[in-house]
Design a binder for this molecule. Structure first.
Ligand code: NAD
Length: 469
């Protein structure tokens, strides 16, 4: 199993301390990876800076060709990659396969984007051309929930804009990212896409480095804030994709069965460990009991287990810290008088398994409603007037996403307009598109990913004013 970091295209082992990589479904140690030593980080940045002098001048068709070749290689290794994702992350194999497929879709989409050039002509004859120039070396820091796909979301736009990139994956899930960087390095020049390994300490050193021009980060709000502080002395720009507490608002006119199937998927996708998961559900009081009944059926139909075993539909939580955090949310809800409905499946003996759980009769002041649970627990509240729920939505410190569920699309669009969040879905949730901007308002983030706007986050503007001599 490859456990190397990548400096200047070379696979080498880290000189730092050894970190266990665990399988969250069995608690077995899969392997150990060695953290990068600080001298190795220095070398990695220096080589990336050197590689940038060549990469920034490469013709775009060559980049497009390389991206398509990378996407093909990934697709041809889909089974192996998906198994690796399941092994270290815990999600069922079919979902890990989807993660690989979506990654390929995203890479091909980014390959097709063109960086625009603007032209202006002034009355006095002066011409102005506005270019979007590459930045230099970009640092990418990724989390453990969708380790493979999120790394690709960072790397490919930055590379397409002709930057060199250094990724640091989560210490909990480095293996699939190592494989991704291995594949990328088979198609790109040395030093263009590098990898360092380790925990937050090496992440901190990377994001602080004076030769890093930009940091793209996906993870918790607390870490995002530290990265932002770290960027001040060198005025680095940042893209921060952070936590969320997405609301779903279900109006009384919906088809309950259909909506519950979609709501279940959106709330419990990847055992609820998705930034854009639906994290608190507000249901009109007239259909509240029916929705609870249907969602109870849905949680009871899940098969919990090791994602590598056939038939598993629901995996464990990824790590101990998250496991304990989610359990504490359930305890707090119980202590505050909520009714908790857990799927009646027996839990596997080992592993960080939490049965999919509904918190019924939840109230706004409960922790599981106020905070991001990032796990398989959905609080469900009832409402009588939608205006109250819009107000509650906007009181949140987060502003990542929200959804409105109704047959009345006109009404839904009016509600969407009033919601303070980067994305509002109508009759779906968490279904992202490579074309549409994705980012958070408030404590959910800074900047945007995806689409041309996401690509341009990895560029500087340069205006060239041309006056005839
Ligand atoms: P985390 O912040 O603990 O860790 C993320 C990454 O940051 C890891 O690689 C970690 O090693 C690194 N890190 C830790 N401290 C650092 C520091 N001081 N400087 C630099 N790097 C440091 O987050 P997590 O627990 O891995 O991920 C879960 C969180 O991520 C949730 O809050 C979730 O909502 C959020 N998330 C957001 C999005 C989004 O697009 N908005 C997507 C996925 C996850």
């Amino acid at each position: 199993m490859n456990t190397s970091m990548y400096i200047n295209g070379q696979a080498i082992l880290g000189n730092g301390n050894a970190l266990d990589v665990n399988n969250p479904a069995t608690l077995e140690v899969i392997t150990q990876v060695y953290s990068s030593a600080f001298e190795q980080l220095e070398e990695c940045v220096a080589k990336a800076k050197q590689a940038f002098t060549i990469w920034k001048n490469l013709a775009d068709p060559k980049i497009v060709e390389a991206f398509h070749a990378i996407a093909e290689d990934i697709l041809s290794q889909k089974e192996e990659l998906a198994r690796l994702i399941t092994l270290e992350q815990g999600k069922p194999l079919f979902l890990a396969q989807v993660e690989v497929e979506l990654t390929v879709q995203w890479i091909n989409y980014v390959a097709g984007l063109n960086i625009p050039v603007e032209h202006y002509q002034e009355a006095n004859g002066k011409k102005i051309t506005v270019y979007n120039r590459p930045l230099g070396v970009v640092a990418s820091i990724t989390p453990w929930n969708w380790p493979f796909m999120i790394a690709a979301w960072h790397l490919f736009p930055a590379l397409k804009a002709k930057n060199c990139v250094i990724n640091k994956p989560s210490e909990f899930t480095p293996l699939s990212t190592i494989k991704l960087i291995e594949i990328i390095n088979q198609h790109l020049p040395a030093g263009v896409c590098s990898l360092i390994l380790g925990d937050g300490k090496i992440g901190h050193a990377l994001t602080q480095h004076p030769d890093i021009q930009k940091v793209t980060f996906t993870g918790s709000t607390g870490t995002g804030q530290k990265i932002l502080e770290n960027s001040v002395s060198t005025l680095k720009s940042v893209v921060l994709e952070l936590g969320g507490n997405d609301i779903g608002i279900v109006l009384e006119d919906v088809d309950i069965d259909q909506v519950c199937r979609k709501v279940f998927m959106s709330a419990f996708l990847n055992a609820g460990q998705t930034c854009a998961c639906l994290k608190r559900l507000y249901v009109h009081e007239k259909i509240y009991d029916q929705v609870i009944r249907k969602l109870t059926e849905m949680i009871n139909s899940q098969v919990l287990g090791n994602g590598l075993e056939e038939g598993t539909t629901f995996g464990p939580v990824q790590n101990k810290l998250q496991f304990e955090k989610v359990q504490a949310f359930i305890t707090d809800a119980l202590e505050h008088g909520a009714t908790v409905i857990r799927s009646h499946q027996l839990l596997p003996e080992k592993g960080y398994f939490i049965a999919p759980t509904l918190v019924v009769n939840a109230r706004d002041e409960m922790e599981v409603v106020q905070k991001e649970q990032f796990g398989p627990v959905l609080p469900i509240l009832s409402f009588s007037h939608v205006d109250e729920v819009i107000k509650t939505t906007n009181q949140s410190e987060f502003g990542l996403g929200a959804s409105v569920w109704t047959k009345n699309l006109q009404k839904a669009e009016k509600i969407a307009e009033q919601i303070e969040a980067g994305t509002v879905w109508i009759n779906s949730h968490a279904d992202l598109s490579p074309e549409a901007a994705f980012g958070g308002w408030k404590l959910s983030g800074l900047g945007y990913s995806f689409g041309l706007g996401g690509l341009l986050q990895y560029t500087h503007k340069q205006s060239v004013h041309i006056t005839a001599a």
